[in-house]
Design a protein around this ligand. Structure first.
Ligand code: TZP
Ligand code: MG
Length: 217
């Protein structure tokens, strides 16, 4: 059977919870400081996406993030650094298509970590589904300034297509704003991932609470 989001891949950590629960509001943040700010608000899924730190600093961040996520019972996905995610027993790993070539996906799954994979086209979706991921991310839905991408905006309607073709949950990402929540949910999005709408908000905590109210009422 296909591995679904909360089913067979338990790494035994006590905070994981059981049963299907949607990914919901899924902030993607560049440092553990952000976990300190957002997890106390009740965020249930988060991604630590570290770029350009030294190996020592990166490992320290991952370690601290795992410990905070356990404390707040939050599902923590580590972007890119799958070996550190395994070593420190994070909830999951998020990988892009280019990372899949080098990562040992079997080792990630054997260690019981969940796996999320980015996709930007049907071809990438097909490639990603071979790994039986815990979720598939589709992006960018709208133009984004947080990542330079060779794929243009996908638009919201593709969420429904991805949903139809995928046995696993779908996470929408890229330029998302609170006003998109209703439509994205009705198209079948299981998770809404975003960076700047929270990290660049005037009051990020308040903005995160607004997202939580809209996405996980
Ligand atoms: N992958 C696709 S779009 C994106 C990533 C990491 C950036 C999302 O950032 P924002 O600020 O929510 O558009
Ligand atoms: Mg990557």
């Amino acid at each position: 059977p296909l591995i679904t989001y909360e089913s067979t891949m338990s790494n035994g950590a006590p905070f994981l919870g059981t049963g299907l629960s949607p990914l919901g509001f899924y902030p993607v943040v560049p440092s553990v400081d952000w976990l300190n700010r957002l997890l106390p608000l009740g965020v249930t899924t988060i991604q630590l996406r570290i770029k350009n730190l030294s190996p020592e600093e990166t490992e320290d961040q991952v370690k601290q993030a795992v410990s905070l996520a356990r404390k707040y019972r939050c599902r923590l996905f580590i972007n890119d650094y799958w070996q550190l995610a395994i070593r420190h027993n994070a909830y999951g790993v998020h990988l892009g298509q280019e990372d899949l070539e080098d990562a040992d996906v079997a080792a990630i799954q054997k260690a019981g970590l969940r796996l999320g994979i980015s996709t930007h086209s049907l071809e990438e979706l097909g490639r990603a589904l071979v790994y039986q991921p815990s979720y598939i991310a589709l992006g960018p839905i709208f133009p984004t300034t947080c990542k330079s991408m060779s794929f243009g905006p996908q638009g919201m309607a593709k969420v429904a297509t991805w949903k139809r073709l995928s046995p696993c949950p779908i996470v929408a990402i890229g330029g998302l704003k609170p006003e998109h929540v209703t439509e994205l949910k009705s198209l079948g999005a299981d998770g809404l991932a975003l960076i700047s709408d929270v990290t660049e908000a005037e009051n990020p905590e308040e903005r995160a609470c607004e997202w939580l109210r809209l996405v996980e009422p």
